[in-house]
Design a protein around this ligand. Structure first.
Ligand code: UD1
Length: 382
C-alpha cells in the first residue's frame, strides 16, 4: 500500500521527513492547509518532505474520500486500514501498524492534528521510537474525562514536543501543565484556513431544491456524541424537543454512522426533521452558512459557525473551545433537551450575540506551521 514519500526523488534520503497523520473526518480539513504550505515552501527550495499516513479510522467515502477529493488532499502514501472497533481495539491496531511502518521507514517527525483516536495512537507510537511529535490544536481541554477525545488530548500533549495552538486559553493550559514557552507556537486554526480557502466554492447539496430550502429559514443539526445519541429514549426526547423548538422550520440532519445505528430503531419522527447522509465538506458548510442556526455536539462545527457568524447551540456540558462561546456565536446548553426551547426563543427574538473572530483565525495558520517545522527540523533552503 505504501508509495515513495512525496518529494523523495528531488530532496534526497536525508532530507527531513514529516509523517502527517489523518484518521477521521475532522482531521482532513486540518491537514490540507499544512500540506499546501509545506509544498509551497518546497517550491521555494525547502528540503522538508512529508508522508501522508491515513490510519483508516474513518473509511466510508462519505466520511473520508469525499473530503480528500473536495479539499485537494493528495492520496495517502500509506493507509493503515484499521477500520472500526472499540476505543482500545482501534488504538491498538493503529499503534501496531504505525510502528511497523516506522520500523520499515523512520520519519523525522510525527505531526498529529486534533483529538481523535488516531492522533493519540500515532503520537505515542512515534515518541516511543524517539521520533519527536508535533501536535496541531494542542492544549485545548474540556475537563470532561468521560469523552474519549479529552483523554486523547491529554495523552497526546503528554508526549508532544512542539505544541501548535489555536488560542491563548490553550497556551495557558499548556503553561499550567509545565510546558516551556519555547515549545508553544500560537499559530491559529488550520480548520479555518480550509474554511476561508473554500468559502467561495461552497455549494448547495442536490436536495436543496427538492427540500425547498430557503436561506435563513432552516436549521442544521449534527449529533453523534454518546451522551446524546446512544440511548433510544434519550435520543428520541432530543429529537422531539428540537422539532418543537424550531417553530416548524425544517432541520437538515446529516446523520453520522454511529447516530444512524440508534436512529434506525426509532420510528415516527417529526416530519420537519430531514435526515440526510453525512455531507461532503462544500455542501455541509454551504448548509451551515445559510442556516438560521445550528444545533450540534461537535467541537469543530462551533469554530466554523463562529467564523461564519451563524448562531450555534451546543448540546454538551463543556467545551474545549471556550473562545467560540466568549468571542464567537456559540452557546453551551448541556444535554437536557428542555433547554432547547427557551434558547431558540432568544434566537427567534433576535437576541443572539453577533460574535467576532478569534485572533489568528485568519487563513494563514498552515504557513506559520510550515515555517516553524522548517526551523525546528533545520530544513531551510540549502
Ligand atoms: C470520531 C472521533 C470524534 C469525531 C468524529 C467525527 C475519536 C475518539 N472520536 O468519532 O472526535 O468528532 O469521529 O466523525 O476518534 N463508522 C462507519 N463509517 C466510517 C467511520 C465510522 O460506519 O467511515 C462507524 C464505526 O463503525 C463506529 C461508528 O461509526 O461504529 C463510530 O466511529 P468511530 O471511528 O469509532 O468514532 P466516531 O464516533 O466517528
Amino acid at each position: 500500500m505504501d508509495r515513495q514519500p512525496a518529494g523523495h526523488s528531488t530532496s534526497g534520503d536525508n532530507a527531513p521527513l514529516i509523517d502527517i497523520i489523518a484518521g477521521a473526518r475532522p482531521n482532513f480539513m486540518k491537514i490540507a492547509p499544512i500540506i499546501r504550505a509545506i509544498d509551497a515552501r518546497r517550491a521555494q527550495g525547502s528540503r522538508l518532505r512529508w508522508r501522508l499516513v491515513h490510519t483508516g479510522q474513518h473509511y466510508d467515502a462519505r466520511m473520508s474520500a469525499d473530503f480528500f477529493e473536495q479539499l485537494n488532499i493528495p492520496e495517502p502514501d500509506v493507509n493503515l486500514e484499521v477500520g472500526s472497533g472499540s476505543q482500545a481495539e482501534q488504538t491498538a491496531a493503529i499503534m501496531i501498524r504505525y510502528e511497523q511502518l516506522l520500523m520499515k521507514q523512520r520519519s523525522s517527525l510525527c505531526l498529529v492534528v486534533g483529538d481523535v483516536t488516531s492522533t493519540m495512537a500515532c503520537a505515542i507510537t512515534a515518541q516511543k521510537l524517539c521520533i519527536p511529535v508535533a501536535h496541531v490544536e494542542a492544549g485545548i481541554r474540556s475537563g470532561d474525562w468521560r469523552m474519549p477525545e479529552e483523554i486523547n488530548r491529554m495523552a497526546t500533549d503528554a508526549v508532544t514536543n512542539y505544541f501548535f495552538t489555536t488560542s491563548e486559553v490553550a497556551n495557558d493550559n499548556l503553561r499550567r501543565n509545565g510546558v516551556p514557552e519555547e515549545r508553544i507556537f500560537f499559530v491559529g486554526n488550520t480548520m479555518i484556513d480550509t474554511l476561508l480557502a473554500h468559502m467561495s466554492r461552497l455549494r448547495a447539496p442536490a436536495f436543496w431544491e427538492t427540500m425547498a430550502l430557503v436561506p435563513g429559514e432552516y436549521f442544521v443539526m449534527t449529533l453523534h456524541r454518546p451522551a446524546n445519541v446512544d440511548t433510544e429514549a434519550g435520543f428520541r426526547s432530543v429529537l422531539l424537543a428540537v422539532a418543537d423548538a424550531v417553530r416548524g422550520m425544517k432541520v437538515v440532519f446529516p446523520v453520522h454512522p454511529r447516530t444512524a445505528k440508534t436512529l434506525s430503531a426509532l420510528g415516527g419522527l417529526p416530519p420537519n426533521l430531514l435526515l440526510v447522509e453525512p455531507q461532503p465538506y462544500l455542501e455541509f458548510n454551504y448548509l451551515v452558512k445559510h442556516a438560521k442556526g445550528v444545533i450540534t455536539d461537535s467541537g469543530g462545527v462551533t469554530e466554523e459557525t463562529t467564523v461564519m457568524g451563524v448562531p450555534c447551540v451546543t448540546m454538551r456540558d463543556s467545551t474545549e473551545r471556550p473562545e467560540t462561546v466568549d468571542i464567537g456565536t456559540n452557546e453551551l446548553i448541556g444535554t437536557d433537551p428542555v433547554r432547547l426551547r427557551p434558547t431558540l426563543d432568544r434566537l427567534f427574538a433576535n437576541q443572539w450575540r453577533r460574535g467576532s473572530i478569534p485572533p489568528l483565525w485568519d487563513g494563514r495558520t498552515g504557513e506559520r506551521i510550515a515555517a516553524e517545522l522548517e526551523r525546528v527540523l533545520d530544513a531551510g533552503n540549502s
